[in-house]
Design a binder for this molecule. Structure first.
Ligand code: NI
Length: 189
């Protein structure tokens, strides 16, 4: 099931997510929904807080842009080692239409539980390394815009607030249309 993606700024996106106690069917359903939501939005990564769930769960699939990659499920991820630095132009599904340069580690080693609840470690480079750091940030309540100057961040915040207002207005119009449509098709009581 595709879930709604929360648009920044939102208080949920600023909170630290809680560790998962056990990878059970509920967590697997969350992982599946998150992957579906990520693909529907043409994203390469999604963290649970972005769909309003404050748990340490991430999905990543950079295969469209990095060879040899596949869908990854990361539960309770930990970045155990980093190497070097690199600047990459990042976007975020919670900040649609925006992209800015962010400095990250060039390479990271991540330890996490998989969909089967088993622990694994993964060496990540290129876009995968960026995605792991970006999504891990979400679990800490940090957005990529938090790495920018306050001037840039405030400009983006203003644009996002406008976008959210427009979306709310559209939804209100849709609802009004539905009510009008219903009264046409159903007998008035
Ligand atoms: Ni993001």
């Amino acid at each position: 099931m595709v879930r709604d993606i929360i648009i920044w700024p939102d208080p949920i996106l600023k909170q630290v997510a809680k560790p998962v106690d056990r990878v059970d069917d509920g967590i697997r359903r969350l992982l599946d929904d998150m992957a579906e939501t990520m693909y529907a939005a043409d994203g390469v990564g999604l963290a649970a807080p972005q769909v309003g769930v404050l748990q340490r769960v991430i999905v990543i699939d950079v295969s469209p842009r990095q060879e040899g990659q596949k869908l990854l499920h990361l539960v309770n991820p930990e970045i155990v080692r980093t190497e070097g630095t690199r600047v990459y132009t990042e976007g975020c599904l919670s900040i649609p239409g925006e992209a800015e340069d962010v400095e990250r580690a060039d390479k990271v080693w991540v330890r996490a539980l998989g969909r089967d609840g088993k622990k694994f470690e993964l060496e990540c480079d290129e876009l995968l390394a960026i995605a792991v750091q970006h999504e891990y940030d979400h679990l800490q309540g940090t957005m990529f815009v938090d790495h920018l100057s306050s001037l840039k961040r405030e400009l983006i915040r203003r644009r996002m607030k406008k976008l959210k207002l427009e979306q709310a207005e559209e939804r209100a119009e849709d609802r009004a249309d539905m009510v009008k449509g219903a009264s046409k098709h159903e007998s008035a009581l």
